[in-house]
Design a protein around this ligand. Sequence first.
Ligand code: NDP
Length: 256
Amino acid sequence: MLRLAEKVAIITGASSGIGAETCIQFAKNGAHIVAVGRNFENLKQTQNSCMKINPNVKCLLIQADVTKDTKKIVDQTIAEFEKIDVLVNNAGILANGGILDMDVEQLDTVMDVNLRSVFQLTKLVLPHLIKSKGNVVNVSSVTGIRSFPYVLSYCVSKAALDQFTKCVALEMAQHNVRVNSVNPGTVVTEIHKRGGMDEKSYAEFLKHGRDTHAMGRVGNVSEVAPAIVFLASEEASFITGALLSIDGGKGIMCPR
Ligand code: NDP
């Protein structure tokens, strides 16, 4: 067990993939959950899984779009719990395209979800984290650290998120508020299909993942969520500004 009992953790993108599993891992370690997403049916499934693993924690569901409803997320959390200890900025989208074939609207959309909403929500939550000496975990990507062609807006958004993590970590250190990120490689979730891949291309992409990850395979949500929860816990009390690669070695590979 990590030291998280009675902590209140907001997790965005809690209705699917890495975010849903992160809620379950927080619940397992005794934290109360604020699960944020747009798809309410999926949020309810996350809630059921949290209750199943630990019936002693509360799981508040907030149906919200992170690009529009950041104040609602903070207001409803404070109304229910009167404090916030952890913010996990996990909601994100992926879009394919390179400079010659994508339009600037795609860049705006991706930046809006993957960066601008993070800025807005973090700014609203930080006064509460300063009070609780809490922390932020951003869900970035290997694409923030390394460069890949034809996922331009996504790479740019995650690279910007990594600077956001490090700059805010420096600003918040004096308040004992830590800010870190995890940077996963390919993880099996809905994001690639939602970003436009059909079943066949997705299967090929996962197969190709055997070559693009040093460990010869892609990852699972159960390999990412525990690291998020660790960074959010007291066990990580001297870690701030860290970008933690969880990528089976993808980020350290070089062609030769
Ligand atoms: P999923 O597509 O499975 O989940 C994405 C989540 O983000 C959903 O819960 C979705 O909620 C939420 N979301 C998206 N847009 C919004 C919005 N405007 N408002 C509120 N919620 C929103 O993907 P993953 O679990 O893979 O993605 C989670 C994070 O992990 C992302 O930041 C992604 O970039 C990152 N990541 C993923 C990798 C992977 O290979 N899977 C690799 C590296 C990083 P809803 O549908 O309810 O709106």
